[in-house]
Structure formats: C-alpha cells, structure tokens
Ligand binder design. Structure first.
Ligand code: RUB
Length: 308
C-alpha cells in the first residue's frame, strides 16, 4: 500500500503530472498493489482494490484520464482472487502498452496537419502535443514553436527544454502575449485533460483564451488526446470538476497576509467550447469534436443504454 500512497502523493503534488502520465502512473500503481495484496477472499480483494482505486482517483479531480485508467485497470470478471489479480495485471500491462503506442500514432496522424514553414503555438506541457510537433520535425518539416510560459506552475519551461533537445527553434512567451503573437502562428496544438460529450476541451488554464484568439485570427486549433481522455460521465450530465489549487502557487503567503481584502483564485484548468476546436487527434484518427459520443461509445464501451 505504501507504494500506491507514494504514487498518489506524487500525483497530488504534481511530481507526476500531465493527464497521460497521471493515467499511466495510476494504472501501474494499481497493478503493483494487487501483486502485493495478501487476501484470499474475493470480496475482501475487491473491497481493497476499490479503496486503492479511490485513493488514486481523488488525487486530482480534472484529468478524466485518471478515473478512466483506474476503471480500465481494475475491471475484472473473476470470482476468485488469483483470477482477478491476473486480469488486473493484464489490464494494466495492456493499458500501458496502448498508451505508449497511442503517443506514436497521434504523432503520425497529427503531423499530417503540419506543413513546411509552419509556426506552431502550444500551451503548458503536453506529451501528446509534443509527439505531434516532434514527429513533424523528424519528418524534416521546417517548423518553429511559440510556447507559453503557463503560469503559475510554468510547465512551459518543461516544454521549451524538450523542444530545445529536439533541436526545434522555439520562442518562449508569457501567457498574456498569446493574442499579440497570434499573427505569426499557423496552427495551435494543445493537449487535453478531458473532452466532454459536447466536444468541449478541458485543458490547462489559458487554453480557452488561446483558442479564442486563434479562432478570431482564423488559425487552426488542434487538440491531441488519447481516447481515454474522453469523459463517459458527461453523458450522464456530470460536469468536469475544475481543480482549484493553492494560492501560494500564485503569490507568497506572507505578502498575501498583508492584504486582508485580497483573495486569490487559482483554477488549474479551463473549458474551450467545441466551436473553437478544428480537430481532435486521437490514436484512432482525427475527429471533429462533435464526434465525442462516438469515441466514448466505441472506445470506452459506454452507451446511452448504460444509464439506469
Ligand atoms: C497539464 C495539462 C496538459 C494535459 C495533457 O496540466 O494541462 O496539457 O494534461 O498532457 P498539469 P499530456 O501540469 O496541471 O497536470 O498530453 O501529457 O497528457
């Protein structure tokens, strides 16, 4: 259990971050937990697995990849412990393999949307978006990237380091320079923490203003999202919970304490409506956001008939 708690803590404190990485870490943690679980009764086993799953799911509320990965991993049909354990281990191994392959597939599909000479703007630090950008670059396309800083956690600094290591010419801008810089941009490429049933994109705070500025300037907006980032629960009418993080990510607590009339709001994500997104690149193809239901139904096994 301690290992699983350590992983949960790393996700909570963002040592492990990004929707894809969170999902992979949770799936692996659950697999390792059942490997070490010493119970003989299937009821006790299922109870323990559910408890562990809930600990992982509660670490961060927005990235739907996390509950999806946990559900996919823990789902089993066995009525004995050995069989259940085996299924869960297999589920995790398959999930982790497919998640790795998805990055490559999305890279190849998305790279077709990038042309020689393109200037790409990206936000935060998305491995999925970077897979598309680096694939296009490796194909020999002459591209450059404008990367936002992504306050307050400055994940943009991770992005520029990765882009630099690829050898891709990159410009770092502050988040408020997005609209000013949009005239130089051909395509915006971002990741996703969740895609809702109506095709809205939930991603790092600031994504919606970036997409809005791109829409205004008639520039393309691509979101790169594995199918496990689509949210089945939004079919049931659920909303995506937007994580509010601590004020000290934004301002020093001591300075804030000097100003009793001031409070800080620090939402970590925002919602971009489908109308601002041209295409969502998944590992099974490039889809308009309006096809979210089909993806959820065909790739996450959810249908409207599941309700009830
Ligand atoms: C990360 C973020 C990323 C998505 C997609 O937020 O918003 O754009 O998670 O990432 P945080 P990936 O840093 O708060 O986790 O493509 O790597 O899954």
């Amino acid at each position: 259990m301690q290992q699983l708690l350590d992983t949960a803590e790393k996700i909570r404190t963002m040592e492990i971050r990004g929707a894809g990485r969170i999902a992979e870490a949770a799936s692996a943690a659950l697999r390792d937990y059942v490997l070490s679980l010493k119970v003989t009764n299937i009821k006790d086993f299922n109870k323990k697995v559910d408890e562990a799953a809930n600990i992982l799911i509660q670490t961060r509320p927005t990235a739907v990849s996390l509950p999806n990965a946990v559900q996919i991993t823990k789902h089993h049909y066995s009525d004995d412990v050995a069989g259940a354990r085996e299924e869960i281990i297999r589920n995790a191994d398959v999930f982790l393999k497919q998640a790795g392959e998805a990055l490559d597939k999305m890279g190849k599909i998305g790279a077709k949307r990038i042309h020689d000479g393109d200037v790409i703007m990206t936000h935060c630090n998305s491995h999925a978006a970077l897979s598309v950008i680096s694939t296009a670059f490796k194909q020999g396309k002459d591209i450059s990237v404008i990367a936002t800083e992504s306050r307050p956690r400055r994940q943009g600094l991770l992005t520029i380091r990765e882009l630099n290591d690829y050898g891709i010419p990159t410009t770092l801008i502050v988040d408020s320079a997005v609209r000013y810089s949009m005239k130089e941009v051909d395509t915006v490429i971002v990741g996703a923490d969740a895609i809702t049933i109506n095709g809205a994109l939930v991603n790092k705070i600031g994504t919606s203003q970036l997409a809005h500025a791109a829409h205004e300037a008639r520039k393309n907006v691509l979101s790169v999202a594995e199918t496990f980032k689509f949210s089945p629960n939004t079919i049931l009418g659920d909303m995506i919970d937007i994580e509010e993080r601590s004020a000290d990510e934004v301002i020093d607590q001591e300075i804030l304490a000097e100003m009793p009339n001031v409070k800080v709001k620090n939402p970590a994500f925002d919602i971009t409506p489908a109308e601002y997104i041209d295409i969502i690149i998944t590992e099974v193809g490039a889809f308009p956001p309006q096809m979210a239901y089909t993806i959820i139904k065909e790739h996450l096994g959810w249908e409207l008939t599941n309700i009830g």
